[in-house]
Write a protein that binds this ligand. Structure first.
Ligand SMILES: Cc1cc2nc3c(=O)[nH]c(=O)nc-3n(C[C@H](O)[C@H](O)[C@H](O)COP(=O)(O)O)c2cc1C
Length: 209
């Protein structure tokens, strides 16, 4: 590639407050998929909250992680019960997901607040969101504390994937999943503009056939 250097702003974390670093990270690490995490209080109140600090942690056994910034109701529930469900958010669920992000008191169920339907999970006590196209039942494996982050790693005990998402090759069709993702500030991205890129072999690159 041509050397096309452009002016760069270099920031050192120690010169910036927590809030601006949070906004900076959120606008740089994009797009982030959204784990809509359902959990239960020890006395059985359902809780639902979106977490975009969310990714795959391992594929065998399948594990995902989400991070709570500080101690919130979801984190407290997950610590107390060792279980949660990650529901995925498609385009139809954006407003419901957003409502569930309001800081409701612990005794208020965000399922009711957000107008979505809880349904019993098979292997864990927290319910899944019926309207969500995908739900992953998870058991906590580890909670890693780093700075103000509490990264919850959970093993997926069951994947519930809507029948309508599967294509003829028995793969989940990303177009049908229609997932949304979080960007910086209150900006979101769709997954509606996609392209395929085949991974080259080293031989193809250096031409040693
Ligand atoms: C799209 C979206 C993504 C969010 N991601 C996170 C996140 O990754 N970690 C976090 O701590 N809070 C995140 N929040 C904020 C929480 O959802 C919010 O603090 C919520 O009230 C926490 O609920 P709880 O106290 O019931 O756990 C996000 C909010 C939205 C709208």
């Amino acid at each position: 590639m041509d050397d096309a250097r452009e002016p760069v702003r270099t920031l050192l974390p120690q010169d910036h407050d927590t809030k601006s670093l949070y906004f900076l990270l959120n606008s740089l690490v994009v797009p982030r998929p959204i784990a809509w995490v359902s959990s239960l209080t020890a006395d059985g109140t359902t809780n639902l909250a979106p977490h975009s600090y969310f990714t795959v942690a391992a594929s065998a056994p399948p594990m995902v992680s989400f991070t709570s910034i500080g101690d919130k109701d979801t984190l407290r529930n997950v610590r107390a019960t060792g279980e949660f469900v990650v529901n995925l958010v498609d385009h139809t669920l954006i407003d419901h997901m957003n409502v569930s992000s309001a800081a409701a008191p612990p005794d208020v169920s965000e399922f009711e607040l957000a107008g979505v339907t809880p349904d019993a999970s098979r292997f864990v006590a927290p319910p899944r969101v019926v309207e969500a196209p995908v739900a992953l039942e998870c058991r906590v494996v580890q909670i890693v504390e780093v700075g103000n982050g509490r990264m919850v790693v959970g093993e997926v005990l069951a994947f519930h994937v809507a029948e309508r998402l599967w294509n003829e090759k028995d793969r989940v069709d990303p177009g049908l999943l229609d997932a949304v993702a979080r960007m910086g500030g209150s900006t979101y991205a769709t997954t509606r503009d996609r392209f395929d890129l085949r991974r080259p072999t080293y031989d193809e690159l250096v031409g040693t056939e």
